[in-house]
Design a protein around this ligand. Structure first.
Ligand code: SF4
Length: 900
């Protein structure tokens, strides 16, 4: 039986609508929902690959409990698992008080999940120790909005991108991190070539390629830049003093501060050209509708809150806020960081944007929940929460849908904390995240495609998330697990209403309770219901009872949700990053995202095609810095020769952790330094030293997935086996590659070659021990040994040791399956150079979906008469930016393909 279910992409905060096609109870495909206002049918590579990311290999399907540290976890039933957890939590709370336990949840939970966890911690247990990985991405945006505008409410909508005449993209790279937003930016530029685009980013990012002006500022100099822009705008009469007088307060104090930020000084602080600063100020100040789009580059800083405030000041000083095309628009990182903020699911927030410090607000929430009170003392934010676990103050932690053993800064301390905790519960869909190594109890949760509820995207738009398939194994929904645990814990703690506080029959009941909590608040959604979302589609908040629809833009009347009704200018000064580069660590390391990976890769890391663009975590540096260190492309620290970086800066993707390399990744380098207002850590920057790693002996294994041959998951069991090898090398990565017939690629290096017997064991692990089907080359004097295994004439795997140059062409040739018997010998040739008549790599026609000409021709040959829509359905080609659609049409018409 076939069905189609409307839902929402589970990756980023753009919140694209998807249509999930199912066949006989399994997800068969995903496409963009043409009716969803966030994407109108478009999806990026991650969203379009969702149906390829549903491998059952890594799913946690049953509760698992271990009796003691070091003991294996054993399968248990749900009742035993939750009773055990309730006993442990109750005993710790009775002995040490409510603040001796904590919850660490996720911006990828649905609003309903978040709501129940928040009520469990603050309402039932009486601790504010509930924080979330949204602390790592959006808490500075929250604090920035609250300090200036009075509420955590992005005032803009996606449609403003098309209405703006100046776009300031600051600390964001939407081309890779919010691709469907970037498609709108491209459309806006195409429709209005006069649109001025300014990109502020220390690196010449993919988004900067579209910019009219790229300001490659030094890390940690954001406040200086925005104060400098305001200085120029003041000097040139580009501020709206009448609007400032009518709608704001605190401008005089800020004006005195920015007087000390002339463009010459700002140019020095930011390492920018003075004239570029003046130009940016003029474009912004003269614009009818300037729109700022910003994200982690501003937030993940020890000055994150003031970075946000300094940028928002530009809108307040010009009165360009609450108007079509104008305003400060924080792009949300995670799919439901907004929903978490709405229910108050952070250590310092209360439901529906209420303040923890306000006794009246606490009383309102207690009344809504039917509990005597909620605690007044803020809980511990993420970094401090794990520090308190390490100190023994917090003894039990419940982690849901997130992977702190990769994502938090200063991984050494975080892992030590998890190891020191008395009791760690991990509620997860995946069994194999880094955090799983520390869990005493693992609880299987449902994930995308199986869950029901709502999420809120960057533009305050609430969308339904719907289940398309049944829960696998014994997995349960996150809200369901939290509610069941709450009832068991409440009974043990003698809570009078334990049985009735969490009565939900389904997510709609949770949503309705959350909706009631918003009554009269700035995010009032008392006019919203599951039924309305069903009939009218996604809706922006606020949507109070009686309103016909949600509100696209906030503050159109110039009235702000502060005590005075006026927006506030904040006194912000340049401070610089937590760590300045020095002689010992002269490089400013920036961390960032790649187009095709998401967070710690627990989902995207199962999809081979998502490795094709960026197979490994490459460090990018300026060529001059490479030369200075004797580095060149192909060294162990591989470096892109032209990465758009100025001298003294380097860039590393954030996605790779211990599951894909023999290191916790970039967060082994980042500091636990946090912003004083938002408690958000400075994940974007660290001062580091970079030098050549002297690891001359290298190993590469490229192996086809084993079975079933036509499954996109064929390589995953092998990938898992290869992971066991990572710790034994000085450097090692493992990943996937290819398209329909995925490959596993293992790469490693050592200072000294291992014993030959170890190589034989590695061959056996990869299923390359069949001597009868092997072609080998060995030069024992040079410690070079190569082995290609081709049963029945088809190359299934190659192991290169000591000399690995052939990897550069072998991966593509094996992915395309183009090596015939005569060519296979070249795989183990002494020098490693490609054969003279190597078949050409199939040309990629759709770069967004990584679809090759060969794949398209094969699909057209297999289905005579296939139309464009059918081809797009099957391969997703031409469903993203649309640039290849003319070529696809021509191929369908049977004409020769256009030139590349
Ligand atoms: Fe999913 Fe974000 Fe891509 Fe949209 S832009 S498809 S929400 S990852």
């Amino acid at each position: 039986m076939k069905t189609q279910v409307k839902s929402t992409c589970c990756y980023c905060g753009v919140g694209c609508g998807v249509l999930i096609d199912t066949e006989d109870g399994r997800i068969a495909g995903v496409r963009g929902d043409p009716e969803h206002p966030a994407n109108f049918g478009r999806l990026c590579t991650k969203g379009a690959s969702l149906s390829h990311s549903l491998s059952p290999d890594y799913r946690l399907l049953h509760p698992e409990l271990r009796s003691a540290r070091g003991a294996p976890r054993l399968r248990v039933g749900w009742a035993e698992a939750l009773d055990h957890a309730a006993e442990r939590f109750a005993a710790i709370i009775r002995a040490h008080g409510p603040d001796s336990v904590a919850f660490y949840v996720s911006g990828q939970l649905l609003t309903e999940d978040y709501y129940v966890f928040n009520k469990l911690a603050k309402g039932l247990i009486g601790t504010n120790n509930i924080d979330t990985n949204s602390r790592l991405c959006m808490s500075s945006a929250v604090a920035g909005y609250k300090q200036t505008l009075g509420a955590d409410a992005p005032p803009c909508s996606y449609e403003d991108i098309g209405l703006a005449d100046c776009l300031l993209i600051a600390g964001a790279n939407p081309a890779v991190a919010h691709p469907i937003v970037f498609r709108r930016i491209e459309d806006a530029k195409a429709a209005n070539p006069e649109l001025k685009i300014i990109v502020v980013d220390p690196r010449r990012s993919e988004s900067a390629a579209l910019a009219d002006l790229h300001l490659a500022l030094a890390s940690g100099s954001d406040v200086a830049l925005y104060n400098g822009l305001l200085h120029v705008m003041l000097a040139e009469g580009l501020v709206d003093r009448a609007w400032i007088a009518a709608h704001t307060e605190g401008f005089a104090a800020l004006e005195a501060i920015v007087a000390d930020y002339p463009p010459e000084r700002v140019a020095a602080l930011c390492e920018l050209a003075r004239d570029d600063i003046v130009q940016a100020a003029r474009w912004f100040g003269q614009a009818r509708a300037p729109l700022s789009l910003y994200c982690q580059g501003l937030n993940q800083s020890v000055q994150g809150t003031h970075n946000n405030a300094a940028l928002i000041h530009l809108h307040l000083a010009t009165g360009r806020i609450g108007k079509p095309g104008a305003g400060p628009f924080s792009l949300t990182g995670q799919p439901n960081a907004m929903g978490g903020r709405e229910v108050g699911g952070l250590a310092n927030l209360l439901s529906a944007h209420r303040d923890l410090a306000n006794p009246a607000h606490r009383a309102e929430v207690a009344r809504l929940w039917g509990v005597p009170d909620v605690p007044a003392t803020p809980g511990k934010a993420a970094v401090e929460l794990f520090a308190a676990i390490k100190r023994g103050e917090i003894k039990a932690v419940w982690i849901a849908c997130t992977n702190p053993a990769q994502s938090l800064p200063d991984q050494g301390e975080v892992r030590a904390a998890l190891a020191a905790a008395e009791f760690v519960v991990l509620q997860e869909a995946y069994a194999n995240t880094d955090t799983a190594d520390y869990a005493d109890l693992m609880l299987p949760a449902t994930t995308w495609g199986e869950k029901e509820g709502t999420v809120t995207n960057s533009e305050r738009c609430i969308t339904r998330v719907r289940a398309a398939v049944a829960k696998p194994g014994e997995a349960r929904h996150d809200w369901e697990i939290a509610g069941d645990f709450a009832r068991r814990l409440g009974a043990r703690l003698g809570h009078p209403q334990a049985a009735t506080l969490f009565p939900y029959a389904g997510p709609e009941a949770v949503f309705d309770e959350h909706r009631e909590s918003t009554r009269g608040r700035d995010l009032d959604i008392t006019g919203l219901s599951y039924a309305l979302l069903e009939t009218a589609g996604p809706q922006q908040w606020p949507l109070p009872a009686g309103a016909a629809s949600g509100q696209a833009r906030l503050y159109e009347d110039g009235v702000f949700p502060t005590a005075s009704g006026r927006a506030r200018f904040v006194e912000v000064e340049h401070r610089g990053p937590a760590e300045m580069p020095d002689a010992a660590r002269p490089i400013s390391l920036l961390s960032g995202r790649l187009r095709d990976q998401w967070h710690g890769m627990s989902r995207t890391g199962t999809v081979a095609r998502l490795f094709n663009l960026d197979p490994e975590p490459l460090l990018s540096m300026h060529p001059g810095d490479l030369d200075e260190r004797g580095l060149r492309d192909g060294d162990l620290v591989r470096v892109a020769a032209d990465a758009g970086l100025t001298r003294g800066r380097a860039w590393l993707p954030m996605h790779w952790g211990s599951r894909f390399m023999n290191s916790p990744g970039v967060n082994a380098l980042t500091l636990a330094a946090v912003d004083p207002y938002s408690q958000q850590p400075e994940l974007k920057h660290a001062a580091v030293a970079v030098e050549k790693a002297e690891l001359p002996w290298q190993l590469v294994v490229i192996r086809r997935g084993e079975a079933p041959p036509d499954s996109p998951f064929a390589a995953l069991p092998l990938l898992e086996r290869a992971r066991a090898l990572l710790p034994e090398f000085d450097y090692a990565t493992v990943g996937l590659y290819g398209r329909d017939a995925p490959l596993v690629v293992f790469r490693a290096a050592l200072a000294e070659p291992p014993a030959p017997a170890r190589l034989a064991e590695i061959d056996a692990l990869f299923g390359l021990a069949d001597d009868a089907a092997a072609i080998v080359y060995a030069d024992h004097r040079r410690h070079v040994s190569k082995r290609a295994v081709a049963p029945d004439g088809r190359l299934i795997g190659v192991r290169l040791a000591g000399e690995t140059l052939a990897q550069s062409w072998l991966k593509d040739a094996m992915a395309d399956d183009t090596l015939d018997a005569a060519l296979i010998r070249w795989a183990v040739a002494p020098i490693g150079s490609p054969p003279l008549r190597l078949p050409e790599k199939s040309r990629v026609v759709c770069k967004c979906a990584d679809v090759s000409e060969r794949q398209i021709r094969a699909e057209l040959a297999a289905t005579p008469g296939l139309a464009l829509e059918g081809l797009q359905d099957r391969l997703k080609c031409g469903t993203f930016c649309g640039a290849c659609v003319p070529e696809l049409k021509q191929m369908i018409a049977g004409a020769a393909p256009l030139a590349a």
